[in-house]
Design a protein around this ligand. Structure first.
Ligand code: HEM
Length: 492
């Protein structure tokens, strides 16, 4: 035995007893069957069987890193959030990037939105901003989300993603035209997680110290510059290096090349909302910057890799309902659905004590709730009373709502979202198309037609409905797409 071997710690069982032999199962004689008294064998096999937890039902594939958010401009006229209270103030963060449709082991270089889920560990609790790299989304009502995702995931019969389902749903959901134009355009396949922008996408509320409220949209502009892959480049990379984005992020941070984003908000005074030309709570629409310019207020740097991917990335949980005083929800119906969906997913996927795990719990304060027990409760509350009100000095409510109440009108019912003066499902998709130069338009048409042409030969109706949406966005867009799809389907 060398001195180095002598210094090595003893391998133990889960209960800490020394392991005598980690190579050979205990058997009845050298050739005989295994003995039930070989506790180590059973413990190892049983633990191994339980290594996986359910993957996220969407955004299963991702990578994360810790970082620092720094305030660079005064936003106290609009929000009283403590972590935004002073220029120069810093807050620890954790950001998880993801793709949406692929399973946990899928390739990174695919055409899909990228998740941009950011946790701010603030002194008033964790604030989660669970966004994407796209400013808009495919649908505007949470009730459609499970159906939409079913079309992106594997078909119940074929077990694969099916162009029939994807284009059937999009064709029948014209509100998707804007986001689909975005997704099949040049930014649809980012070159890495470092080279994409992040968006809060939804409209959120900021409330200032005086109690006034504002509607805001968050923008994170990559300081690395936008870089994308063409479909052909992505197809090659996805095959050669399925972990390309995950590896790129980890290696950049290991090299000390910390990626940064410049953080801004668009701010709409509450009084503007009712008469703004677009419904400001419609997630399929942007607010043109000419209407509400970007107000820069921070910088985000990612500077530390997680040590353990399962503990810190797979078990990380983000919820759009995790607000802090001075920041709140808007009436956006999609957002309202998400306020429920995430914590529910966490309870199923990670368990009722998910929020107590090191990556998820508050780092700059502590959680003081009377919620107790459940699977894997660690006893952190010791002897403290577990009810409220109590006369034993337990924690008490503040009496101050986190955000402003908003006025509502009308009757209950399954209402469509209200339409404002310039709202329809196509105007912003058409504007996006017309903004592109001819090369970008051509690549968009190639990407879209390549995908639409995969629809089954006997389902021209699906193809026609899909194209009709783009035609309504812009006549030239529709015509070029129709020609390209017809050509490809002839060759099939
Ligand atoms: C009503 C619509 C939506 C519903 C019901 C929904 C639901 C979910 C669920 C259940 C998860 C998995 C959570 C987990 O297991 O931890 C998830 C993940 C995620 N969603 Fe949504 N989602 C919706 C729309 C959106 C939108 C509009 C965005 C972006 C603007 C978004 C961004 C994300 C991101 C980034 C993740 C991954 C979070 C992580 O990294 O853990 N989702 N969503």
């Amino acid at each position: 035995m060398t001195t180095q071997d002598e210094l090595r710690p003893t391998l133990t069982t889960e209960s800490g007893a020394p392991v005598a032999d980690n190579q050979n199962t205990e058997t009845a004689g050298p050739g005989g069957p295994a003995l039930i008294q070989d506790q180590l064998l059973f413990e190892k096999l049983a633990h191994f069987n339980r290594e996986r937890i359910p993957e996220r039902v969407v955004h299963a594939r991702g990578a994360g890193a810790y970082g620092t958010f720094t305030v660079t401009a005064d936003v106290t006229p609009w929000t009283r959030a403590a972590f935004l209270s002073e220029v120069g103030k810093q807050t620890e963060t954790f950001l998880r990037f993801s793709t949406v449709a692929g399973n946990l082991g899928a390739a990174d270089a695919v055409r899909d939105p990228r998740g941009f889920a950011l946790k701010f560990y603030t002194e008033q609790g964790n604030y989660d901003l669970v966004g994407n790299n796209t400013p808009v989304f495919f649908i505007k009502d949470a009730i459609k989300f499970p159906d939409f995702i079913h079309t992106q995931k594997r078909d119940p019969y074929s077990g694969s993603q099916e162009a029939d389902n994807v284009w059937d749903f999009w064709g029948l959901s014209p509100e998707s035209t804007h986001q689909v134009t975005w997704l099949f355009g040049d930014r649809g396949i980012p070159a890495s997680y470092r080279h994409l922008d992040g968006f809060g996408s939804h409209t959120y509320q900021w409330q200032n110290e005086a109690g006034e409220h504002f509607w805001v949209k968050y923008h994170f502009k990559t300081d690395q510059g936008i870089k994308n892959l063409t479909q052909a480049e992505a197809n090659k990379l996805a095959g050669e290096d399925p972990d390309s984005h995950q590896r790129d992020l980890r290696e950049a941070i290991e090299r000390g090349e910390f990626p940064t984003w410049t953080v801004s908000v668009q701010i709409m005074p509450a009084a503007d909302a009712a008469t703004y030309r677009f419904n400001p709570f419609d997630l399929t629409k942007v607010w043109p910057h000419a209407d509400y310019p970007l107000v820069e207020f921070g910088t985000l740097e990612l500077n530390r890799n997680p040590d353990n991917v399962f503990a810190e990335v797979e078990q990380s949980v983000f919820s759009p309902a995790h607000f802090v005083p001075g920041i709140g929800p808007s009436p956006d119906k999609m957002l309202q659905g998400r306020l429920f969906a995430y914590a529910d997913a966490h309870r199923y996927r990670v368990g009722i004590n998910a929020d107590h795990l090191p990556v998820n719990r508050p780092h700059a304060t502590e959680a003081r709730t009377n919620g107790r027990d459940g699977h894997l409760y660690d006893g952190r509350h010791g002897r403290q009373k577990n009810y409220e009100p109590n006369s034993f000095g337990g924690p008490v409510q503040t009496g101050r709502p986190l955000w402003s109440a908003v006025p509502v009108t009308g009757t209950t019912g399954n209402h469509e979202a209200p339409s404002h003066a310039e709202d329809d499902d196509f105007v912003q998709a058409g504007n996006l198309y017309r903004l592109m130069d001819d090369g970008a338009k051509q690549r968009l048409i190639e990407n879209l037609s390549g995908s639409i042409a995969k629809v089954s030969a006997d389902r021209d109706d699906i193809v026609e409905r899909a194209i009709e949406n783009f035609r309504k966005a812009d006549a030239d867009y529709g015509r070029r797409l129709e020609d390209a799809v017809r050509e490809l389907r002839k060759q099939k």
